[in-house]
Design a protein around this ligand. Structure first.
Ligand code: 9MR
Length: 421
């Protein structure tokens, strides 16, 4: 009953659904609730107090025999992974056997990291004037030591429990708020200039309908609310954010990032209208981040390719920023795969392959911002916290909980090597 109610709330909040006429599109798409912390995981087991059991994991799934050494070496663009860090219980920088194992896999296959949480607003600048960079600097140091790059996520996002206290407490006028927002973003961007290759400057400012997120009665029970729209008395905070990011960092690629941009015509159309307006007024923006929290059967590859192409037509980069593909659709309420069988693994492999293949087909080399998967091992996924319980299998990522590679990893590699999916 809990799962159904949660899905009902998420579904209604997110307005999930497809507006496409493409027969392959069935309603789907995520909504972002205020989940628990941490999008990393240990071996999927817990030591009884909710902390990951960092001991050796039992074999947990269908594995793939890799015929390559390094996934990132197969691509001409960043191949990334979202990670926990800082004080998160599953920080990839934690000591112990599991932390060592996770870093080994990350260093072998990926050349860009995104912090799932610790570079969001409240982690870097929660109380006005007090910037806390320690956790992010530790991740930056690791990235640089390993010769990787860092994608910053995110300079501005409405998700309630990660909105900083100074924004909640603000009670001044519009212009003062925009000045403070400029200071926040410019200061943070300048702090990481030279270390961060690209930023999600604004994350999720539009509803699936294409309207702006507005309303702040109480964001805790309204996942669609945006305190920024209210404090700025309109969408002007978006251009303020991009101008401030560029002022802070003259060279990082600046992205607008969102989910359900495929095939949701309303949302993508609104984002592209914003792009056209920014480009007409020389507001800096370099690319669009497609989060791609998708399903095995939604959205269609045709719509994925077409959506990428609309961004490419504007000369902007396309970056897949948060890719995950569960074997069961959390929004359909039906269970396609009772367990992680070879058939489920093969379907997931094919889907990962087709998505990357569409990316390569639609986006020219010069506009490829990269592909990032939202978590390392299946048990790390945010989806587990949000949408899957009662034993329904999600298995959305490239590695089993024991860090063995899944066929999905081979799917990405096959697409990168232009092999048939
Ligand atoms: O994976 C993140 C999870 O650990 C956080 O609790 C959650 C809420 O802030 O955010 C998750 O990541 C989100 C990302 O920041 C933006 N796109 C949607 C992702 C899933 O909610």
């Amino acid at each position: 009953m809990k799962t159904f109610l949660l899905l009902l709330v998420m579904f209604s909040l997110a307005g999930c659904g497809s507006s496409s006429s493409d027969p392959l599109d069935t309603p789907g798409g995520p909504s972002n609730g205020n989940a628990t912390n941490g999008n990393g995981a240990g071996n999927g087991n817990s030591n009884g107090n909710g902390e990951p059991d960092d001991g050796p994991a039992e074999p947990t799934g269908v594995t793939a025999e890799l015929d390559f050494d390094h996934l990132h070496a197969l691509a001409d663009f960043p191949v990334g992974i979202a990670v926990s860090a800082g004080g998160e219980s599953r920080s990839i920088l934690r000591s112990g056997e599991r932390g060592d194992q996770e870093r080994a896999v990350i260093e072998q296959h990926f050349n860009q990291l995104t912090a799932g949480n610790i570079m969001k607003m409240s982690y870097l600048h929660n109380q006005w004037g007090s910037y806390t960079y320690g956790e992010a600097n530790a991740l930056r140091d690791y990235v640089e030591a390993e010769g990787m790059t860092l994608h910053g996520h995110a300079l501005l996002w409405h998700s309630c429990y990660q909105v900083p206290q100074w924004v909640r407490d603000f009670d001044g006028d519009r212009d003062t708020f925009l000045d403070q927002l400029t200071t926040h973003i410019q200061t943070v961007a300048a702090e990481f200039a030279g270390s961060v290759e690209s930023w999600d400057v604004v994350n999720e400012a539009f509803l699936d309908s294409g309207e702006y997120r507005t309303g702040i009665e109480n964001c805790w029970n309204d996942g669609d609310a945006s305190i920024f729209y209210e404090r700025a008395e309109g969408p002007g905070y978006l251009e303020t954010a991009f101008l401030a990011a560029r002022a802070g960092d003259p060279s990082a690629d600046l992205y607008y990032n969102d989910f359900n941009l495929v095939p949701n015509d309303g949302k993508l159309a609104a984002v592209l209208d914003m792009v056209d307006d920014f480009q007409a007024r020389d507001i800096p923006i370099d690319g669009i981040g497609f989060q791609m929290h998708i399903q095995l059967g939604w959205p269609s590859i045709n719509n994925i390719r077409a959506s990428f192409e609309q961004v490419v037509e504007r000369g902007l980069k396309v970056k897949i920023t948060e890719l995950d593909i569960p074997i069961n659709n959390p929004f359909s309420g039906q269970v396609d795969y009772e367990s992680f069988t070879q058939a489920a693994a093969d379907a997931q492999r094919r889907r990962y392959c087709q998505v990357v293949e569409a990316y390569l087909e639609a986006v020219p080399e010069t506009l490829r911002g990269g592909v990032t998967v939202w978590g390392l091992a299946d048990g790390d996924s945010w989806l587990i916290d949000h949408f899957f319980d009662d034993g329904v299998e999600a298995r959305p990522l490239l590695f089993n909980d024991d860090l063995t590679p899944k066929p999905a990893l081979m799917g990405v590699a096959d697409a990168l090597r232009e092999r048939d999916c």
